[in-house]
Design a protein around this ligand. Structure first.
Ligand code: ADP
Ligand code: MG
Length: 303
């Protein structure tokens, strides 16, 4: 078996001190293998960005150890070199430089590396081709759509052929179609370039297109599983939602406006069975209902 590309051991992150201390991460133990495509989900404030920032050496752990691509990130000798070569970041807001063209933006991370000007140019052009923007190389960010800007940001993240891409809600500011296209692109890159990708997302469809879903709550990993068939995933999604939790508790109040008494009872039985025996097949008739419920809940769960 290959060595994990990410490995955290009892990782915690505390912000502030005394009475006001916030435990943004609380004993996170995580292993990611090279080539995995992983989604991180969870409510706002649960520690997703903190985790990504620490993995990318943008922030330091308070406790525990973090190894990325064979390096202890708390003890990096050259943090800039690590950031430039080992990880590529994609943020919710693309952070492109507004006065530079798409081509120039993609070249920025290659400056300071030992890459000649001609080679830089060629590589950036190739990367823009790869993300479907070969004909937009000379456009400024302001001349591109939101989805196109994010694709430039992905090309830029790939500039130094990092082993790992960390994407923090890259589809958060996009409409759903652009979001799905962007995700398909990440999936392609994951397969064709063998890049390990960790993506934070609130979007159920985005998460289900990856290979593994990690769910966080209050700084901890509360679920970590390989992506299964869509129905099973919808059930899991529902089980972790407010409505799902209240159904499992036998207190259907929050669902009262969404569901009839019978529907609540059917779902509660389904979720209970799912809790007892994950992997068991759920009746196909409920698939549509589940999809609709998750959709309605998503609207309420967005930040
Ligand atoms: P998420 O990305 O899941 O929404 P974050 O990782 O941004 O959550 O934040 C986790 C927790 O840590 C939150 O309670 C947040 O308020 C707190 N936090 C994050 N960054 C800082 C900071 N620089 N100073 C103090 N508290 C912070
Ligand atoms: Mg965040």
């Amino acid at each position: 078996m290959s060595e994990p590309i990410i490995s955290t051991s009892h990782l915690s992150k505390l912000y502030g001190s005394g009475e006001t201390v916030v435990r943004a991460l609380n004993d996170v133990n995580l292993e990611v293998l090279p080539g995995e495509f992983l989604a991180v989900m969870g409510p706002s404030g649960c520690g997703k960005s903190t985790l990504l920032n620490i993995l990318g050496a943008l922030d330091q752990p308070s406790e525990g150890e973090v190894w990325v691509a064979g390096e202890n990130v708390a003890k990096l000798k050259n943090v800039d070199a690590f950031r430039a070569r080992t990880v590529g970041f994609v943020f919710q807001l693309h952070n492109l430089l507004p006065t530079l063209t798409a081509q120039e933006n993609v070249e920025v991370p290659m400056q300071g590396q030992k890459i000649g000007r001609g080679e830089r140019h060629k590589r950036a052009a190739h990367l823009l081709e790869l993300v479907g923007l070969g004909d937009r190389r000379d456009h400024l960010p302001s001349q591109l759509s939101g989805g196109q800007r994010q694709r430039v940001a992905i090309a830029r993240a790939l500039a130094n052929e990092p082993a790992l891409i960390l994407a923090d809600e890259p589809t958060g500011a996009l409409d759903s179609q652009s979001g799905e296209e962007l995700l398909a692109l990440l999936g392609d890159l994951n397969r064709s370039q063998d890049t390990t990708i960790v993506v934070v997302t609130h979007d159920r469809r985005v998460a289900q297109a990856t290979g593994r879903i990690l769910r966080m709550r209050d700084g901890q990993i509360v679920d970590d599983h390989r992506v299964d068939n869509p129905l099973e995933e919808d059930l899991r999604m529902l089980a972790h939602s407010k409505l799902g939790q209240s159904l499992l508790d036998g207190n259907g109040q929050p669902g009262a406006t969404l569901l009839s008494t019978t529907e609540r009872e059917v779902l509660r039985r389904l979720l209970t069975r799912f809790d007892d025996a994950p992997g068991s097949e759920a009746p196909a008739e409920v698939a549509e209902l589940l999809a609709q419920l998750n959709e309605r809940q998503e609207v309420g769960a967005k930040e």
